[in-house]
Write a protein that binds this ligand. Structure first.
Ligand code: ADP
Length: 633
């Protein structure tokens, strides 16, 4: 074989020199070189070498194009291809172009010499077929791993397949995949091939003090080939090994390794390349498994929460198909559909009040709140919210107990108020009799007046409490068509004296004709008197009070305005609460119940009430009530 003519065609001067001067020349071959494909083609035609070593990637003419051109000229020169990659497609093309063997950069001297000997020494088909077959087998195995990776969710199985493939492709005696235990800083075996089970279970390596740990710390593979046995841990002796770190988002999380303990067979760069590819697959599998485990754990937590909370949770999509319907919802609405998910809301929960609730509009991204009374008497407080891109969710809480407590409280208040009235009437009666039984001096008269004022204020409070509890309990159910001008005149007449005393001007502006309102005249009068009394009370002397009433479509609007002290913005929503009195008032008299009574009466009449006010300028209370438009309206 010595003295055979070899033509090296490569655009890299380093590789030409290495092959010609360092490896093949000294081995006795007659070596010619060419800098690119076109020159290589000329030289091959002229010198007809025994072997061509061509680079795949070259300007103007690739290695394979050069070989094709020679073939067309009738030359049949055996060739070795040098490439930077070993894709399945390239291997097939190279085979078709007549390449007998190929080397992937970087290659070892020994590998090149062996390839040259093989190609020059043997008949063409067998050698290249064997090498190419090996490459194809590798690719096939790696492809299989990729498929397992995308089809398997069980991390253990994927990692076992990776280690099996590593052992199979490197023809190693054994292989292992170790992961870092963050708590102890040790590596433990997560998957292994040909390891004794007991050893694999107890195997622990310190990252700070082991070869595998070194591969992790430097994030670089380690290849050891030793004539002498290496002592890696006290119980573990190997002859050759490769450790490749598993790096996830820049952080080493473990090591993939293969080794030989008994036979002497060194690992080469091809083995390292294969193991690196497999390590990449293992990292993807671990990353996927971690993301999957995290997502599953978050979903399980949410599931458990929905299953165990006592509140009803129902989520529907844009087409009203149920997405979530928790067990509390199934209990509350007697749902016996085995799997409500994906079914239409009205099929699963045919309760009209629930369907009405889901039909409500949530204005300006705000929740809609309402109450639902079940057939068994339970009352649920419901909150409806829109969830962008998902649908609508209703959360319901059982407030039956709170309702019951509220009723008990109202009963109690009404009973106590009622029982207090009689003794108060008696006190007032006797106090008023005092000056009739004999002369009282000035001091005594003042004390008597104070007693009378206090008793009157308690009596007012009790009257308000009684009125409120009656209204809230819905006892005034009687409704009849009621004239709003009559109500307004009644209230004005009742308060006229008071306004005159305070020299306040009154403007009454009623836009006739005004439709009647279906209501309870007694309560509507009380509502107007409360608003008018407040206007008088919180407006200084000589101020102005105006009352306006008009129709707007199917409602009647009543406005009571004053030029009084006004209400600070932060308190405007709170003044309708029971016993709430704004901070800016100087007037002592008052129970803090007047506006609560107004609001309860308005609600009972399906109306709305609100206030507009500016401190120091005045306030306007607006009441809107549905008009009673008659049957032919
Ligand atoms: P009160 O017995 O204190 O008048 P209300 O429930 O009628 O109780 O009113 C609650 C609070 O609202 C009052 O204490 C006062 O602070 C404020 N308020 C009510 N009406 C007016 C008004 N016309 N002008 C200014 N403040 C008012």
């Amino acid at each position: 074989m010595k003295g055979k003519k070899i033509l090296v065609v490569d655009d890299s001067a380093d590789i030409r020199n290495l092959l010609a001067k360092q490896i093949l020349g000294p081995a006795g071959y007659d070596v010619l070189t060419a800098n690119d494909g076109a020159l290589g083609l000329k030289a091959a035609r002229r010198f007809s070498p025994d072997l061509l070593i061509v680079d795949y990637e070259m300007p103007h003419l690739t290695g394979l194009e050069l070989l094709d051109a020679l073939k067309q000229d009738g030359f049949d020169i055996p060739a070795i291809l040098i490439t930077g990659s070993s894709s399945e497609e390239l291997v097939i093309r190279a085979m078709r172009a007549g390449v007998r063997d190929y080397l992937v950069k970087p290659f070892e001297d020994g590998a090149l010499r062996a390839a040259v000997r093989r190609v020059l020494g043997k008949a063409k088909p067998e050698v290249s077929a064997a090498v190419l077959e090996r490459r194809l087998r590798e690719l096939h195995t790696i492809n299989k791993i990729a498929k397992v990776l995308t089809s398997q969710l069980d991390l253990g199985q994927v990692l076992n397949r990776v280690v099996e493939a590593a052992v199979h492709l490197t023809e190693a005696e054994e292989g292992l995949l170790m992961l870092l235990d963050e708590a102890t800083g040790e590596l433990y075996i997560r998957a292994a091939k040909n390891f004794e089970a007991s050893m694999a279970q107890n195997f622990r390596l310190k990252v700070s003090d082991s070869l595998a740990g070194e591969a992790m710390r430097n994030r670089m593979p380690i290849t050891l080939s030793s004539a002498n046995a290496l002592k890696i841990t006290t119980a573990y002796l190997v002859k050759d090994l490769i450790y490749v770190p598993l790096v996830l988002r820049g952080k080493a999380i473990g090591v993939l390794g293969v080794d030989n303990r008994y036979i002497n067979r060194s690992f080469d760069r091809d083995h390292l390349r294969l193991l690196t590819a497999l390590a990449d697959y293992a990292v993807i599998a671990i990353s996927n498994a971690r993301i999957y485990a995290q997502t599953r754990s978050e979903r399980d937590t949410l599931d458990a929460m929905f299953r165990h909370i006592g509140d009803v949770v129902i989520l529907v999509d844009a087409e009203n198909h149920i997405v979530v319907c928790n067990p509390a919802a199934c209990r509350a609405f007697d749902i016996d559909v085995p799997d409500p998910k994906g079914q239409k809301l009205d099929v699963v929960i045919p309760h009209q009040n629930v369907l009405d609730l889901f039909a409500e509009e949530c204005e300006d991204g705000k929740d809609y709140a309402g109450e639902i009374v079940l057939e068994n008497g339970q009352t649920l407080s419901a909150h409806l919210s829109n969830i962008d891109g998902m649908g609508r969710v209703v959360v319901m809480q059982d407030i039956s107990r709170l309702k019951e407590l509220d009723r008990v409280k109202s009963d109690f208040v009404s009973m106590v108020s009622h029982d207090l009235r009689s003794p108060l009437t008696a006190i007032l009666g006797y106090v008023e009799l005092i000056d009739r039984v004999g002369e009282v001096n000035d001091a005594q008269k003042e004390f008597v007046d104070r007693i009378i004022a206090s008793v009157q204020s308690i009596t007012a409070l009790i009257s308000d409490l009684l009125a409120l509890s009656r209204i809230e309990a819905g006892l005034d159910i009687e409704r009849k068509p009621t004239s709003i001008p009559d109500i307004l005149h009644y209230a004005v007449d009742a308060e006229r004296q008071c306004m005159e005393t305070r020299q306040q001007a009154l403007r009454l502006d009623i836009s006739e004709p005004l439709p009647e309102v279906l209501g309870n005249p007694l309560r509507l009068k009380q509502m107007m008197i409360n608003l008018l009394e407040n206007a008088i009370k919180y407006t200084p002397e000589k101020g102005e009070i105006s009352i306006r009433a008009r129709q707007n479509g199917d409602v009647v609007i009543i406005e009571v305005s004053d030029t009084g002290i006004g209400i600070p913005p932060t308190e405007q929503t709170r003044i309708f609460e029971k016993f709430y009195r704004a901070k800016n008032i100087s007037v002592q008299s008052g129970t803090g119940l007047g506006l609560s009574i107004v609001q309860s009466i308005v609600k009972q009449h399906d109306g709305r009430v609100w206030v507009n006010s500016r401190v120091g300028e005045g306030s306007t209370f607006t009441v809107v009530l549905p008009a009673h438009l008659g049957d032919d309206a």
